[in-house]
Design a protein around this ligand. Sequence first.
Ligand code: NDP
Length: 355
Amino acid sequence: MEAVKVVIIGSGPAGYTAAIYSSRAQLKPVLFAGPKAGGQLMLTAEIENFPGFKEGINGPDLMIQMMEQAQRFGTVLKDDFVTAVDFSVRPFKIWTTVPEGVIPEDLLIQSPPEKYTEVRQQIIQTEPTMTAESVLIATGATALMLKVPGEEKLIGKGVSTCAVCDAAFYKDKVTYVIGGGDSAMEDSLALTKFAKSVTIVHRRDAFKASKIMQERVLSNPKVNVLWNSAVDAILGDTKVTGIKVTTNGTTQELPAEGIFVAIGHKPVTQLFANQIQLDDHGYIVTRQSLSKLGVEAAQAALTPDGKLEYPTMTSVQGVFAAGDNVDIRYRQAITAAGQGCAAALDVERWLEMKT
Ligand code: NDP
């Protein structure tokens, strides 16, 4: 069984940035990328707000550059899914074992927690794949999708899950935002700066978003709302051309050029339940989490002279987290990359100091 100093789980901007820093610090990190390396940006056509690329860069190209940069300094890349971890004792144990008939992606992202717990029992009976002195979790989050016809096919071709990233591509276009939470409000406001019109499709007769965000959105003349409405399909062949919506039993097909799905995100953290502290929504709690739990963790970790040590550390000493699996607020490639850098520096320092 291989024993290493640092294992990084996840291959989005947080994971690769952490790998660049850890490998330059000669920690020889092993990064488990999963078979579909690259994370959410692999679904993004063009990125114009990642510093350093003044003409923009497409998502997959950016991720390949990050991956190769990490490899250049000695990161060992594995295309396996991590299927179980044991953080109860150090060195930590990591498994990539896949029981027969199990599809890891379905197990770790889609399945109910009870199903995973059952399969985990089988996995941990087998020999661990690797042990690690420290683990950096950068498994990210997945945007929840409507799962209606046309949606999957048109992702990146008019269907987006991030208006902050993509709104500028919808200048003078007819756009729709689906959802009634703060993300939907934020996406709608971002779109009003560019789009010809923004129609919010919401399944209830009231938003759940904060009052202040609702007021901003509803007072904007570019915004309309279809209340009590469900999306039946997204129309178009090679790009979005319309949306099929049912409102109070009446179905209509409306022309559309951009559809922004803003119905929430799910952090990819099932693997770590019962191993480290997660919040009610499954986000990993670190000492810099933007929540009460994060504040409590930070307070408990203050040194006698009032400094916060290892802000990216989770509830388990030696396990760190960065990126969208921690971040309930910003969820940008550049913020994830920044957090990956911070976590790698924390790992390096923790390994130097630990007894
Ligand atoms: P939320 O879970 O708050 O809202 C999701 C919305 O999508 C709800 O209105 C929900 O409907 C709707 N929805 C869920 N599933 C479906 C579906 N299958 N079909 C149609 N509609 C659906 O997620 P958000 O991403 O908006 O926010 C998550 C957290 O992040 C919140 O705590 C929020 O406050 C925070 N946030 C904060 C921001 C800020 O402070 N700037 C910006 C963005 C988010 P229903 O109302 O019926 O449940």
